[in-house]
Design a protein around this ligand. Structure first.
Ligand code: SF4
Ligand code: FE
Length: 488
């Protein structure tokens, strides 16, 4: 068996990294123990811990197609529709267990997309990318690593292609070729879980043309490679995590983070390069990664489970659970959430085998799923806030509740049912606040909008993948246009 790390071993493995991390204008010497970053580490750690629980083993682990050993599913290359289905179910499970973004999907999606593209480039060019990639994959699987799949460049002036940007670093590109590798410059933005990752896997962000071939590069590096700097993004209410109390955080243990990853003249050895100037394969790599990652938004169904559970709970604490409009809102939330689940299950069950052997989701259905994700979590969040009531945003702080002078007033006036401690009410309201307005809203709402591609990216794919001629044909046949039944 390859090494399946547990949560503790994962944490220790991160301590060995020498990452250059900045937050609030200062270098973070110890990201693992930083109170703002640590909850995001805990969420990734859950992907390790659950793999050791017998009840989740089937979802959380898989069999490596290279070594035949048991590996964490996040390191697996999907070998069947069943693998794809389990991936969707694993996403829901972890979303529900953590109530946030658990970050590890981007690496899994990058590995699977690269397994296809490296094979296809070799078939055309006679290169050896797939062999290199499989060797790298084995290293990742054997050591149970977390990889940060990094696609999104900062893109500069959107009206200009990469090679016409006034600043060439707006897209990651090669600046020097050496006998043993290349030197790259650029950055990747919004990198989910970047400082919780052992490896970073770079892919191009858009279709590249011949003039942009210096930008058509893909490679993997250890996350603490010299020249890489991580700048952590702010989240709404982030400093609540450093107040030393628990209630106002909403989610006691878990969170997510994103970072801007800057590559300043970073050396990449040839054996870690999986695409080098084969610009005509950039579209395939981008679209397959996007399709896999759009499937991964199964995570939002799990976070939806948490939010629906919290909404039902606050309704019960308030004594409002039998009101017909409350029941109806809960039904609506469940309908929306299970509709999302249908999408991630559908694109997996309609998956197909690529020439390399990897199973790819149905790309159209993966795009439909993600497009629903750009909308439904907002609607579910709206209903949760409706049920929660205004107290969610006017509730005094935990410190006020603990105050010897005024705590008694808060206890008295925020009491509802006799058997419900006021603290329970605070806790559940803070959780709803966390998911719909606080740190977790980054993942549940805005990331649902823009992560794995903004809504317009899916609409472009839907337009391209729908078979419109077939639809026109069947319509015309049914009303007699095609068969010559018309009068003229
Ligand atoms: Fe995974 Fe969801 Fe986080 Fe993306 S947003 S990395 S799919 S948990
Ligand atoms: Fe994402």
């Amino acid at each position: 068996m390859s090494k399946l790390m547990n949560a503790k071993e994962y944490e220790e493995s991160l301590r060995k990294l020498n990452l250059q991390v900045y937050m609030f204008g200062k270098k973070v010497e110890n990201p693992v123990d930083d109170p703002i970053i640590r909850p995001s580490m805990n969420a990734v750690a859950a992907t390790y811990e659950l793999a050791h629980r017998p009840e989740y083993e089937d979802l959380m682990t898989a069999t490596s197609h290279i070594t035949g050993k048991k590996v964490n599913r996040f390191c697996n290359i999907h070998q069947s529709r069943d693998d794809l289905l389990k991936k969707s179910k694993m996403g829901r499970l972890l979303g529900a267990k953590t109530g946030c973004c658990f970050q590890r999907c981007v690496g899994m999606d990058a590995l699977n997309a690269l397994s296809i593209t490296t094979f296809d480039i070799d078939a055309k060019h006679g290169t050896e990318y797939n062999k290199r990639f499989l060797k790298y994959l084995e290293y990742v699987q054997e050591n149970d690593l977390t990889c940060d799949g990094a696609m999104t460049d900062t893109k500069g002036d959107r009206s200009l292609p990469p090679h016409k940007q006034p600043d060439p670093d707006m897209f990651m590109h090669v600046v020097e070729e050496k006998p043993d590798g290349i030197v790259v410059c650029g950055s990747k933005a919004h990198q989910t879980g970047a400082v919780n990752s052992h490896e970073i896997i770079i892919m191009p962000t858009i279709t590249m043309r011949e003039e942009d071939k210096d930008y058509a590069i893909s490679f993997a590096l250890p996350s603490d490679t010299e020249g890489i700097t991580y700048i952590i993004g702010r989240q709404s209410c982030d400093t609540r995590k450093s107040e030393g109390m628990t209630i106002d955080r909403g989610n006691m243990h878990y969170g997510g983070h994103e970072a801007l990853c800057v590559f300043d003249h970073v050396f990449v050895p040839w054996e870690r390069i999986f695409m080098y100037k084969e610009y005509e394969f950039s579209t395939q790599l981008v679209e397959n990664f996007a399709a896999y990652h759009r499937q991964s938004y199964a995570c939002k169904v799990g976070v939806g489970d948490v939010l629906i559970g919290a909404s039902q709970t606050i309704a019960e604490y308030n004594g409002a659970e039998r009101a017909s409009h409350v029941k109806d809102k809960i039904v609506e939330m469940n309908h929306l959430n299970e509709t999302l689940y249908c999408g991630c299950i559908a694109c997996a069950s309609e998956g197909h085998k690529e020439p390399c052997g990897t199973y790819l989701v149905d790309v159209l259905l993966a795009n439909i799923h993600k497009h629903n994700v750009t909308r439904f979590p907002y609607q579910i969040a709206r209903l949760a806030q409706d049920i929660a009531g205004g107290l969610m945003v006017t509730l005094p702080s935990e410190a006020d509740f603990k105050s010897p002078e005024i705590g008694k007033w808060l206890e008295k006036y925020y009491k509802t049912k006799e058997d419900i401690p006021t603290e329970y009410r605070m806790r559940i309201l803070r959780l709803i606040e966390n998911i719909t307005l606080g740190t977790a809203a980054v993942g549940y709402l805005t990331e649902s909008m823009h992560g794995a591609g903004s809504p317009q990216a899916q609409r472009i794919m839907i337009t391209r993948l729908i078979n419109m001629n077939e639809k026109k044909q069947i319509a015309k046949e049914l009303c007699g246009i095609e068969k010559g039944d018309h009068l003229s």
